[in-house]
Design a protein around this ligand. Structure first.
Ligand code: ATP
Ligand code: XMP
Ligand code: GLN
Ligand code: MG
Length: 539
């Protein structure tokens, strides 16, 4: 055990009293939902709404009108999407949602769907618009209140609404698109062909503000600090006088969760670091050090390398590796919890991308991309009640929250490291020997990125051990050794990412050092794939 029983996060102490009050539920109930039809920009819409200080959540496109009524959002936004509404099998929404009396705004595909559902017609158009378009506003009511007659908008469509029903009236047009924006004559239903969520529509923020504040009547009261305060109050109420164990990896998400929980329940919190043998070089020491510098609460370290390596032995299928790791984590938490009286809750730093990529959000849009160990990889019988306060947030929001909670920059800006750790970077079967090779190579990659002053400019940089041997010549002798792939990406939210344009000299240095210093490696490659279509991790 490390540290003492009393946690005193430096920053946590400074604001703990200020954050003690109960919060009105309206803060989180004033939400707008985005129905995602597979848009590239669904998250961007959610972000832009949150930037108006209104809480926004993405949900699956076919959520039933009954479920929407239960969620009682203040507004509903229908996103764009790659399909054409007239195709067989094109994704539709429950038409009942138009009758709920809740304001609706359709964007691009969302517009085409809205107009078609309410008696209009959508066709493929020879005058497709991709990119900038000049848009003329013909009706300055509500949505376009306070805006000039002419504005620049960003379009991306091959179909368009060719006829609207009598229920609608036009609000704006472009040279080739007669219905660039429309409104229902009686119901609070709006739709636009262009994308207000992208920065290339300079007045898009104002349009979204007019919708969420003006039309939906949201109070613009949501802030990350309110979110923290609401969460703290809720956790305090939920936990009562029982105890919470928090899976703490030393990463950003679990550190933010630990800081929130400490503010909520102070000494009723125990953090547990599982050393699963899949951590980076010296990681256990680094985490213990950082943790005791910034927090002084109960920290248990569980030594579980043998357990994890035994259950991974002989397994090469990535999803099965993740599933086993998820289960082992829970077994470790359970075994450790037996030593702690009344440990009823398990807290984890689960974020929204973990939930969508695992295909695990019952209200969410997405297919399973990979089973994140903390969501899709969990066993059915948990044995704990889960506390996941960050489940609806994206990484960059969690980072801002961490800074607001006073966590140090060095922790907040740490590159993420997945719970399944080196196991998903050691492709195929995992063995201790392979992990040791990978750990050394990885530490060189990170050290060189740091030495080049590029740690903050890149978002995640690491090494991957490929299941490939190739021929080399070292010291005039033939080698037949392993290949390492270097991966470095730039991203804010880890949902999409581009490969980092690292300088050649840096790549050369990384390659030389790995081949010279890591026994068993004779070849280094640089991964130049973006996400999508690749993912950041290789498994
Ligand atoms: N080694 C570990 N020991 C205990 N809990 C862990 C460990 N690794 C991951 N977890 C739990 O799983 C959650 C999800 O892991 P994830 O890697 O996404 O978040 P993180 O490690 O907190 O932050 P980061 O994304 O910066 O790495 C963590 O927040 C933590 O609760
Ligand atoms: O805690 C985690 N458990 C997991 O199972 C997991 N899988 C991926 N990641 C991290 O998530 C981000 C996106 O990763 P991908 O592009 O590989 O899906 C990247 O930051 C990955 O490192 C995980 N984190
Ligand atoms: N961006 C979109 O929503 C596109 C909608 C539809 N696929 C079109 O091409 O018109
Ligand atoms: Mg992590």
């Amino acid at each position: 055990m490390v540290g003492s029983d009393t946690f005193s996060a430096d920053a946590a102490d400074t604001t703990a009293e200020a954050l003690s009050g109960e919060l009105p539920d309206e803060l989180t109930e004033q939400r707008v939902i985005v129905l995602d039809f597979g848009s590239q920009y669904a998250q961007l819409i959610a972000r832009r709404v949150r930037e108006q200080n209104v809480y926004c959540q993405i949900v699956r496109h076919d959520l039933s009108a009954d479920r929407i009524a239960e969620l009682a959002p203040k507004g509903i936004i229908l996103s764009g999407g790659p399909n054409s509404v007239y195709e067989d099998g094109a994704p539709k929404c429950d038409p009942g949602l138009f009758k709920l009396g809740i304001p609706v705004m359709g964007i691009c595909y969302g517009m085409q769907l809205t107009c078609e559902a309410l008696g209009g017609k959508v066709d493929n158009t020879p005058s497709r618009e991709y990119g900038r378009a000049a848009c003329k506003i013909t009706n300055h009511e509500s949505l376009f209140a306070g805006m000039p007659d002419d504005m620049e908008v960003w379009m991306s469509h091959g179909d368009q609404v060719s006829a609207i029903s009598d229920q609608f009236e036009p609000l704006a047009q472009t040279g080739t698109c007669p219905y660039a924006a429309v409104k229902h004559r009686e119901l609070p239903i709006y739709a636009m062909q262009f994308h207000p969520e992208v920065t290339h529509t300079p007045l898009g923020g104002q349009i979204l503000r007019n919708f969420v504040i003006g039309v939906c009547g949201c109070e613009a009261s949501w802030q990350l600090s309110d979110f923290a305060e609401a969460t703290i109050a809720r956790v305090r109420e939920q936990v009562g006088d029982r105890r919470v164990i928090c899976g703490l990896s030393g990463g950003v998400d679990s550190s933010v969760v630990a800081a929130l929980l400490y503010k909520a329940i102070g000494p009723q919190l125990t953090c547990i670091l599982v050393d699963n043998g899949l951590l980076r070089k010296n990681e256990q020491d680094i985490v213990i050090n950082e943790f005791s510098n910034h927090f002084k609460t109960d920290l248990h370290v569980v030594e579980a390398e043998d357990r994890f390596l035994a259950s991974l032995a002989g397994i090469d299928e990535p999803q099965e590796k993740r599933r086993r790791i998820g289960h082992d984590f829970i077994e470790c938490f359970k075994a450790e919890a037996e030593k702690i009286e009344d440990a009823h809750f398990l807290a984890q730093g689960t974020l929204y991308p973990d939930v969508i990529e695992s295909g695990a959000d019952p209200d969410g849009p997405a297919a399973t991309i990979k089973l994140h160990h903390n969501v899709g990889g969990l066993p059915e019988e948990l044995g704990f009640e889960l506390i996941e306060p960050l489940r609806d947030l994206f990484k960059d929001e969690v980072r801002r929250l961490g800074l607001e909670l006073g966590l140090p920059e060095i922790l907040v800006w740490r590159h993420p490291f997945p719970g399944p750790g080196l196991a998903v970077r050691c492709l195929g079967e995992v063995t201790k020997e392979k992990l040791d090779v990978l750990r050394e190579a990885d530490s060189i990659v990170v050290a060189e990125i740091e030495a080049a002053g590029l740690y903050r400019e890149t978002s995640q940089s690491f090494a991957v051990l490929l299941p490939v041997q190739s021929v080399g010549v070292m010291g005039d002798a033939r080698t037949y050794d392993n290949a390492i792939a270097v991966r470095s990406v730039n991203t804010d939210d880890f949902m999409t990412a581009d490969w980092s344009r690292l300088p050649y000299d840096l790549l050369a240095k990384i390659s030389t050092r790995i081949i010279n210093e890591v026994k068993g490696v004779n070849r280094v490659c640089y991964d130049i794939s973006s996400k999508p279509p690749a993912t950041i991790e290789w498994e």
